[in-house]
Design a protein around this ligand. Structure first.
Ligand code: NCD
Length: 311
């Protein structure tokens, strides 16, 4: 039995197979429509979510399986004091696979130790968000045709943004990746990412505050929102919240084939006037998220697809 707790739980070759499966699902939806009949996915969301939870549910339903779960800590026994470990032991009796989102870093790891079904980390505090990373990799690979030899700009809240931490960790495994990390000083990437990931792998990167200056260099621009719920003070959030706003003027500084990604939800950091720009792919990214989660469910459930294992 295997889990997905960090994007590094899959080798580059396994990720390649996963994305190939997702691509096949995209082009042959009917072929997969009954592959998970009789299987159940539990979604345990202790933190708000629209995309990730519904994306998992849509993925399982599209495979012919069914879903159960809760969408807030208040509506679960966590409000009575039940531990994540006990909930996961119990859920293992109800479902075949589960996705968990929790405000505490490491919660999915703790839950996986108690579970007897595959556990998917759907976001643990400000730490990791591996299925968003799978979505991001799938989007870049599908639309750029490669995951190597690129300058990737990450902009916004790089301190608390778990999607950023997971994406950096995943991308450093591909050759020729350079990063431009664009944030206010207060929201720079955590030291553990800088030291244990970027510097340990000798990845070229620069930390800058100006989005305008970074724009012309970038092949990918990954925008993120300022993570209000992880700030200790509301005043500090208000001071940071509009630190970057991507608009048409800024887009005019970018390469013709640069792609703009965003894990969503967007607050103010991308002006709606950018949505019609063909380089803005954040809504297409949502669709790729469903295909890659379908591929992930099949893989973790070890389902046979046309006689061959999925991964
Ligand atoms: C992200 C998350 O939850 O970390 N959203 C998502 O899952 N698509 C990003 C965010 O909330 O800013």
């Amino acid at each position: 039995m295997r889990h997905l707790l960090s994007p590094l739980d899959f080798t580059v070759e396994e990720l390649e197979r996963l994305m190939n499966l997702a691509r096949d699902i995209e082009t042959n939806r009917e072929k997969y429509a009954h592959t998970c009949e009789g299987k159940k996915l539990a979604t345990l969301f202790y933190e708000p979510s629209t995309r990730t939870r519904l994306s998992f549910e849509s993925a399982m339903l599209s495979l012919g399986g069914s879903v159960l779960g809760f969408s807030s800590a208040a509506s679960s026994s966590a409000s009575k004091g039940e531990s994540v470990s006990d909930t996961l032991r119990m859920i293992s009796c109800y479902a075949d696979i589960c996705a968990i989102r929790h405000p505490k870093e490491g919660a999915a790891y703790v839950g996986a130790q108690a579970a007897s079904i595959p556990v998917i980390n759907a976001g643990d505090g400000g730490h990791q968000h591996p299925t968003q990373t799978l979505t991001d990799l799938m989007t870049i690979r599908s639309l750029k045709g490669r995951l190597s030899n690129m300058t990737v700009g990450l902009c916004g809240d790089l301190k608390f943004g778990r999607t950023v931490h997971s994406l950096i960790g995943a991308l450093v495994r591909y050759p020729g990746i350079r990063f431009v990390l664009i944030s206010p000083r207060e929201l720079r990437i955590p030291d553990y990412t800088r030291e244990n990931v970027l510097e340990a792998a000798h990845i070229p990167y620069e930390e800058v505050t100006s989005l305008d200056e970074a724009m012309p260099k970038l092949d990918i621009l990954y925008m993120t929102r300022v993570q209000r719920e992880r700030f200790f003070s509301e005043d500090e959030y208000l001071r940071m919240k509009d630190c970057y706003i991507l608009d048409k003027n800024k887009m005019s500084l970018a390469k013709e084939d640069m792609l703009v990604l965003h894990p969503l939800p967007r607050v103010n950091e991308i002006s709606v006037e950018v949505d019609d720009d063909p380089r803005a792919v954040y809504f297409r990214q949502v669709q790729y998220g469903v295909y890659i989660r379908m591929a992930l469910i099949l893989t973790l459930l070890n389902m046979d697809i046309e006689g061959g294992k999925s991964c």
